[in-house]
Ligand binder design. Structure first.
Ligand SMILES: O=C(O)C[C@@H](Cc1ccccc1)[C@H](O)SCc1ccccc1
Ligand SMILES: [Zn+2]
Length: 171
C-alpha cells in the first residue's frame, strides 16, 4: 500500500509531469495505486496523492471493484457551459465533504495502461471524478473551491482524523 498525502501537505501542490513511456516501473505504480485506492474506499486516485508527480490517474466506479481504469497524460475539456453541484470527498482530506460545481459533460483524451488512445465524452460521476483527479495533477484540491472558513475547518478536521488514525495504529 502507498501512503496518501494529507491536506494541507505542500507536496499536493506539485504540478505533475507528462509520462514519457509506460515502463515496468509505471505498471507497478499503477497496480499499487489501484490497491491503495480500494483499501482507502476511494473511487479515484491521482499519482500526486501518493507523492508521485506524473500525469497518472486510476479509477474504479464499479460496485464490486472489478473495473479499474487507468488514464495516462489525460486532457479534460468541458463540452457544455452547464455546471452541476456534487457532494465531493477526497482521500487526501478525510471526513470532509462539501458541494462543488463542475461542468456536467466533458471530453477525456488520454492513454490507457497499454499506451492505447482513450477519447470519450462522459457525464455523471465519471465526469465529476475525472475533473476531481485532473485537479490533483494540477495541484488543486476540492477544498480550494470552498470558503476560507470551510478551508480552516477542513484543516482542523484532517488534523483530528490523522491523530485518531495514529493512535489506532499504535495499539
Ligand atoms: O481523488 C480522491 O481523493 C478520490 C475521490 C474521488 C472522487 C471525489 C469526488 C467525487 C467523486 C470521486 C474520493 O475520495 S473517492 C470517495 C468517494 C466515493 C464516492 C463518491 C464520492 C467520493
Ligand atoms: Zn481527491
Amino acid at each position: 500500500l502507498l501512503p496518501i498525502l494529507n491536506y494541507p501537505d505542500p507536496r499536493l501542490r506539485t504540478i505533475a509531469e507528462p509520462v514519457k513511456e509506460v515502463t515496468a516501473e509505471i505498471k507497478t505504480l499503477i497496480a499499487d495505486m489501484i490497491e491503495t485506492m480500494y483499501d482507502a474506499q476511494g473511487i479515484g486516485l491521482a499519482a500526486s496523492q501518493v507523492d508521485r508527480h506524473i500525469q497518472l490517474i486510476v479509477m474504479d466506479l464499479s460496485e464490486d471493484k472489478s473495473q479499474p481504469r487507468v488514464f495516462i497524460n489525460p486532457k479534460v475539456t468541458p463540452l457544455v457551459e452547464e455546471k452541476q453541484p456534487y457532494e465531493e470527498g477526497c482521500l487526501s482530506v478525510p471526513d470532509v465533504y462539501d458541494k462543488v460545481e463542475r461542468p456536467t459533460k466533458v471530453r477525456i483524451e488520454a492513454l490507457d495502461e497499454n499506451g492505447d488512445k482513450i477519447d470519450e465524452e462522459v457525464e455523471g460521476l465519471l465526469a465529476v471524478c475525472i475533473q476531481h483527479e485532473m485537479d490533483h495533477l494540477n495541484g488543486v484540491i476540492f477544498v480550494d473551491y470552498l470558503s476560507r472558513l470551510k478551508q480552516t475547518r477542513a484543516r482542523d478536521k484532517v488534523r483530528k482524523v490523522i491523530k485518531i488514525r495514529e493512535k489506532q495504529s499504535t495499539h
